[in-house]
Ligand binder design. Sequence first.
Ligand SMILES: Nc1ncnc2c1ncn2[C@@H]1O[C@H](COP(=O)(O)OP(=O)(O)OP(=O)(O)O)[C@@H](O)[C@H]1O
Ligand code: SF4
Ligand SMILES: [Mg+2]
Length: 328
Amino acid sequence: MLLEVNHLKTDFKLKKGIVHAVNDVSFGIEKGEILAIVGESGSGKSVTSLSVMGLLQEPGKVVDGEILYKGEDLLKKSEKELQKIRGDQISMIFQEPMTSLNPVYRIKDQIIESIMTHMKLSRKEALARTVEMLKTVGIPSPGQRANDYPHQMSGGMRQRVMIAMALACNPELLIADEPTTALDVTIQAQILELLYSLRERFNMAVLLITHDLGVVAEAADRVIVMYCGQIMEEADVKSLFSNPMHPYTLGLLNSIPRIEDESGERLYMIKGMVPNPLHMPQGCPFSDRCDRCMERCTLEMPELKEVGGHKVRCFLYNQEAGKEADDR
Ligand SMILES: Nc1ncnc2c1ncn2[C@@H]1O[C@H](COP(=O)(O)OP(=O)(O)OP(=O)(O)O)[C@@H](O)[C@H]1O
Ligand code: SF4
Ligand SMILES: [Mg+2]
């Protein structure tokens, strides 16, 4: 296992109370695997990835768990050791591309700097590698475009630059937080295609974070569905789409627009809203929005259990391992 996250808990201690943004989350990623984390806004996707990268900002704090990268706990590393790992082995594409590109420097200077910090290359070699990476991510005339400033590029091109920068030092794990959200559908598909081909070429593992199940279907091997800081369901992609088990997963799947759907009916939406993290419902976090909520759901928290090849956190499935409670 390349990355193994065990019982991760990340809190935000606020004046009004404590937000459990990531609440006992465990998962693993194998070498070369694309694992997607999907869920609505506020489910804890970004906080999970920032926790792994050691880039949480105050008042966010990992309060429990371990994050094993090649067997070593990143939570026990010094900032200096983490910086080295972040450049050499784990890279991240952030949710907001403009926040990670510096508007006053040319693209090439930003990538060269990142390469020279982490690889023993001369400036000339680093420039050659920069142009090569820009070419790899599909930027036309890369030698010329390397001289651009970020604002001279379209959103899709900037996203490619971000990916080039993240890949410049050959990471073994790429964490991509909503890498395509701001882009139009055609460019979105191209970027996903690119991530997929880079994984094939470099055997790089990807933690792909998105709220879009369409993206998951296209790119991932395995999926984790998160809600309110917890894993609700985990399965391989085929199985999740052909046999979704958790009511929240079903809700997300039914909310995907379909091209063939010309009935003019309004798209299904999961009723209600994500609860205020400071006022979580008692019992199952999804209970106040779930069509199948039972009395027990409002009192007790279901556990994440193995059921039919998935992991599911729901009382509809027998909380004794391996058996379904109802015969849907
Ligand atoms: N700086 C912060 N201060 C207080 N609470 C925060 C902070 N950052 C995140 N949170 C809380 O942590 C929870 C998870 O947030 P996170 O950003 O991980 O969500 P997300 O799944 O990435 O959502 P999105 O799809 O909008 O990016 C939310 O309830 C949010 O309110
Ligand atoms: S445990 Fe109950 S409320 Fe929660 S998802 Fe399952 S059926 Fe719905
Ligand atoms: Mg986010």
